[in-house]
Design a protein around this ligand. Structure first.
Ligand SMILES: [Mg+2]
Length: 233
């Protein structure tokens, strides 16, 4: 089956993995916006709410949004608060420098490019990051789980991504991600080929075997060519 599309995970895949201390991150975000005692209380509430929503994603594959998060934590997120939040995250959002060439290569070969991200962030935040890094126009379609009911590894999340990029047969799709459970298991169960780009911090899930493991995204063209029976001179 010819490869029609490559669908990428975002965090830890298109953008390199950073280990983040969420308690410290929320404390930093809250500090300028509340009196000290309240800042600590809200930081703890936001951290707990975020943990709970990611737990629901892991156990039930239920998605959530930033509004759900703020509501659960009892925080009214002003524009200034959101700006602090985005400022705290900014250093962890930069696209892998190999990505523009990689996406250009895929598109030049007639392969469609998709993104499927487990995220509470709205589309506009993700698109701003892709625009800043010069890759927004290289992506044919993206599905952010904040806009659908399910998260990876639920098959509906993968189906939504296929629908968005206009590919009917999962066998024509390659999924690339850093999470053995969400990405590899989810993609394999959906009928796609799965490529793992491992990072040290993600929990293992040995029940699903990736079709390939690569250390860097720049190894992907050669892998795809080998699957397509192309020999490099
Ligand atoms: Mg990831």
């Amino acid at each position: 089956m010819a490869i029609e599309a490559v669908i990428f995970d975002w965090g830890g895949t298109l953008t390199p993995w950073h280990a983040i201390d969420p308690a410290a991150q929320w404390a930093w975000v809250c500090e300028p916006h509340f009196p000290p005692a309240e800042a600590a209380k809200y930081a703890a509430a936001l951290h707990a709410a975020e943990d709970e929503l990611w737990r629901l994603s892991r156990t039930d594959q239920r998605s959530a949004t930033m509004s759900t998060l703020f509501e659960l934590a009892g925080v009214t997120a002003t524009e200034a608060f959101v700006a602090s939040y985005l400022g705290a995250w900014e250093p962890h959002t930069f696209t892998d420098p190999d990505v523009p060439d990689l996406l250009g290569y895929l598109r030049a070969g007639g392969i469609r490019v998709g993104v499927l991200s487990n995220t509470m962030w709205p589309r506009s935040w993700h698109e701003e990051i892709f625009r800043r890094d010069g890759v927004l126009d290289l992506i044919d379609a993206a599905v952010y789980t904040s806009e659908i009911d399910w998260t990876k590894p639920h098959p509906e999340a993968f189906r939504a991504a296929m629908t968005a990029i206009g590919v009917a047969d999962p066998a024509g799709c390659v999924f690339v991600g850093d999470r053995p459970f969400d990405d590899v298991h989810g993609a394999k169960r959906a009928g796609m080929r799965a490529v793992l780009v491992p990072n040290g911090d993600v929990p293992p899930y040995t029940a699903a075997e990736p079709d390939a493991v690569i250390a860097r995204l720049r190894e992907l063209p050669q892998l795809i060519e080998s699957w397509q029976g192309v020999t490099r001179s």
